[in-house]
Design a protein around this ligand. Sequence first.
Ligand code: ZN
Length: 258
Amino acid sequence: MSAAGELDDVECRELSRLAKKSLRKSYMSSTKTQTGAAPAQACWNCNAVAGGGHFCAACGKIQPLADGADYFAFFGLPQKLKIDEAGLEQRFHQLSWKLHPDNFVKASEFERNLALERSSELNDAYRTLREPVLRVEYLLLREGVRKEGTTKQQAPPELLEEVFELNESLDELRTARNDGGDLSGLRVRLGEAQKNFQEKLEEIDAELLHVFSEWDKSVDAGADDNERRKQMAKLNEVLNRRSYIRNLVRNVAQELEA
Ligand SMILES: [Zn+2]
């Protein structure tokens, strides 16, 4: 996972907004299936089983968004965390073209509204799924494992000592800056600590990808709810750790630039 997986505060707020929308949808749905796939619905136009796709297989008319369909289902994907990103992008462009309002100029108001709703949903779904961290946060928010807009801000136990030292150095830097003291030694020390935590962040990203694989295996194996919960708790734990370290690295960078 590269810098592309980084979230800034704007993205975090955006994700909360998206999750709120999709959570609202999942509360409304009484037929949500374990895979997040859409249940079969009859086409509003020809009454054939529309199959949960964007368009009816029989008459080709655009369909309303199925209750309980999540962003994965939107792209016809299983709820897996490792995604072929090039394939996703290609599918996004295909759907953008098919759902474009220009294709519905002569359609009924009902269909025009469906196309608008779908297009907006498509953009939200794509922006969320293309980023690995947003993707897993979305999954966990939707499953109620992660609470919207909150992350536990506790130092990981194995890093307590290093975090304590880092905070001390930050305090010293602030004091020295206010007193007009010599900052060069402190800056070197903080720079090293920052590099150290940056490396830890990279290790956590590698760990996260490993847990992604574990989750995907359990999806393939049709794991029961118990196993799914276990995997999601693990994903959540790694995400919390990642978020903590990422904030730490960011705070140090801000102090060093101040
Ligand atoms: Zn139809």
